[in-house]
Design a binder for this molecule. Structure first.
Ligand code: MG
Length: 385
């Protein structure tokens, strides 16, 4: 069949990292390292079917790591990497795919493009491996002293995935049984197969040392940067209307007029959040001409803005709102207003501030014609987002 299968090799007992867990099951960003590798291959459009080769002791850990991913049932590996790959290949012989990509389970960052490059190169070559040229000068050591410099010209560091025509690599692996070679390209070479070099990726490193674990964690949690936005809004008083501020009903002889519930505090906060996102203003997201928003609770608007923050994998650091009016007196309602905002956005109370001031009877607020509100929102957003 003209299919491409993948084998993910995860049967090793890594001994270079502290702790009891085999390294492929260390948790990175809340998931087993191996899950990241499995997901990259199973979700790649170049791969039709994928199977992991695991250690018999890891069946339970594997079940958790592979949950929900589209994988063939795992097979058990052998005593060496080479033996494990051979078992994986033998297990695919009934499917007899045309191509196979073999990948280390401890390389969680093979990009979609990298996998596609290796798979694509197999149209023209019997084998193709991801690799990078050596850039450091190489020294030969003798008793912890430099015994010579090795010419690095033409030297490459082999990564995985390594791809091959399936029938050829299966035959090569059967013939190489017992040689204990450290990668599949070496097996292919031993069989005289032609193997092309495909551009690898520095991020496609093998997690081996504790430093590698830290590097992997850094790659998975992007740097956050701070964004600040401001919002300002005014609504005029209207006799007979109900006054809502920050989602709290405030007893007063007048309310505010507006298309929605006219909650001037939540409008200013919504604009501040949208401003920090560079995502326009409240009128753009909720046009006053749209009858859906007539009398609407303004919590909907603020929640929508907060949803955009979450979509960008960011979070609200804090919100600060100042309400400006002569009357009603707002200090008795400040705590309730803070609590209301914190509840609408599921934020801790200390991240929400509500203040109130007058304008010393000056201007439209001084003349009791309406209420003004100004807000700032501080967000933490992933860099480059
Ligand atoms: Mg408004």
């Amino acid at each position: 069949m003209n299919e491409t299968c993948a084998i993910i090799v995860a049967a090793g007992r890594g001994t270079r990292l502290p702790g009891d867990l085999p390294k492929q099951y260390l948790r990175l960003d809340g998931q087993a390292l191996l899950r990241h590798s499995l997901a990259r291959l199973t979700k790649n459009p170049s791969i039709d079917k994928a199977r992991a080769v695991i250690h018999p002791d890891d069946l339970e850990l594997y079940g958790e790591a592979a949950e929900g991913l589209d994988l063939l049932p795992p097979v058990f590996g052998g005593a060496t990497r080479q033996e494990s790959v051979l078992r994986g290949l033998e297990s695919l012989s009934d499917l007899s795919p045309s191509k196979v990509l073999i990948h280390d389970g401890a390389r969680p960052f093979a990009s979609e493009a990298l996998i596609a490059r290796v798979a694509g190169a197999l149209d023209a070559h019997e084998g193709a491996i991801a690799a990078l040229p050596v850039t450091d000068t190489l020294k030969r050591e003798d008793n912890h002293r430099v015994a010579g410099t090795v010419d690095r010209q033409g030297l490459w560091r082999a990564q995985t995935p390594q791809g091959f025509r399936f029938a050829s690599i299966l035959e090569a692996h059967r013939a190489a049984d017992g040689l204990n070679l450290t990668d599949d390209a070496a097996v292919a070479e031993a069989a005289g197969m032609e193997v092309a070099l495909v551009e690898g990726d520095e991020d496609n490193f093998k997690v081996t040392t504790p430093q590698d674990v830290l590097r992997a964690q850094r790659l998975l949690s992007p740097n956050l940067e701070t964004r600040v936005g401001t919002g300002f809004d005014v609504h005029r008083f209207e006799a007979g209307a109900t006054l809502y501020l920050c989602g709290v009903r405030i007893p007063h002889d007048r309310g505010l007029s507006g298309h929605s519930d006219a909650d001037v505090g939540l409008h200013a906060l919504t604009d501040a959040i949208l401003g920090a996102l560079g995502a326009g203003d409240i009128g753009e997201h909720f046009p006053p001409s749209d009858p859906r928003w007539r009398g609407a609770e303004s919590a909907i608007f603020m929640r929508h803005a907060a949803g955009l923050v979450a979509e960008r994998r960011g979070r609200i650091v804090n919100l600060d709102l100042t309400l400006i009016c002569e009357r009603p007196k707002l200090s008795p309602h400040r705590l309730a207003m803070r609590q209301s905002i914190a509840e609408i956005l599921a934020l801790p109370l200390e991240r929400v501030s509500v203040k109130a001031t007058t304008t010393e009877r000056l201007g439209f607020t001084g003349r009791n014609e309406g209420i003004a509100a100004q807000a700032t929102a501080t967000l933490a957003l992933p860099e480059g987002g």
